[in-house]
Design a protein. Structure first.
Length: 150
């Protein structure tokens, strides 16, 4: 089974988003909403043949930057280490086993920020595999939702 399909099946991303968002309040709710919207845009690029250039400006990092500037402890979202299921132990996500929630969130947003900076300027460069980058971000977001949902 393809890793993205496996992650989707393990997380049931839609219900995890909705459940997590409904349970969250304040800053965490704002961040979850931003991640949910971002995943929707990334899904359109990966699954619906929408061009990254059509959605890149809609991908938001505002809440993350605000919280980071305020010194928010992202481990408050879930203060435990990431534990991968057996199906993911030999995947490209294996290195996330045992890391913190904060590390994963920072990685997701580092990748989103890099995408927003680079894509408008080097979108035609064949050295950048934009769909691969989009899928890698999606996998990390699904991993985060699986981690928080457990």
């Amino acid at each position: 089974m393809e890793l993205t399909s496996l992650l989707k099946s393990l997380t049931d991303a839609g219900s995890n988003f909705t459940g997590w968002w409904k349970k969250s309040r304040g800053d965490i709710r704002a961040l979850v909403g931003e991640l949910k919207d971002n995943l929707s845009y990334l899904d359109m690029v990966a699954d619906d043949d929408v061009q990254l250039g059509d959605v890149i400006e809609k991908i938001s990092v505002t809440e993350f930057k605000r919280l980071a500037k305020e010194g928010f402890n992202f481990n408050l979202i879930k203060n435990s280490r990431i534990s991968l299921p057996a199906q993911l132990e030999k995947s490209d996500l294996a290195s996330w086993n045992g890391t913190t929630t904060e590390s994963l969130i920072e990685s997701i947003y580092d990748k989103l920020i890099d995408l927003k900076i680079r894509y408008p300027h080097v979108q035609q460069n064949t050295g950048y595999r934009w769909h691969t980058r989009v899928n890698n971000i999606r996998k990390r977001i699904w991993l985060l939702f699986r981690h928080v949902g457990n």
